[in-house]
Ligand binder design. Sequence first.
Ligand code: ZN
Length: 178
Amino acid sequence: MAFVWWSSLTAAGQGLLGMLDSAEQARLESLDRPADRGRSMVGAALLRAAVASHSGIAPADVVVDRTCEECGAPHGAPRIVNPGRAAPWVSVSHSGLLIVVALSGRGPVGVDVQRVADLEDPAAAPEWVRREVLFKARSGSPHWDGSARELEAPLPGYLAALALPAGDGQDLVIRNWP
Ligand SMILES: [Zn+2]
């Protein structure tokens, strides 16, 4: 079973800060533009909410590793490392007003949302998001075997796609948060 959790920039607020760890809070501090901060805040909180719901733990207890494979800085793709528990595979994306998290217990996933108006070539948007999710899923494992599908975005003017491991996604659960 795979999960997709949607949220929106309007969910951003000081109340979410308590869910985040010190690395996530430091990342927010480093962003100058309020919209970037909001998307980063909601993305980190939504990831924790989704994993917490899946794993039966508190959002603040979710352990997220964002170590970049190239330079070691904490800005890489998130990996869940809940000690002593099976950790799900996750992927996060945000664009414009939308934030999305995908989660699978079976293998690497990739999710991407894109505000079409932000793309240089809007006609290429479906291919763009599809390539992006396949890239994300494959970077989770070189042996990744799965497929990409279109994902319906909850707002007009956005395109989204989802890559799931083979055998997952028969019962895709879509949630809106909060
Ligand atoms: Zn890096």
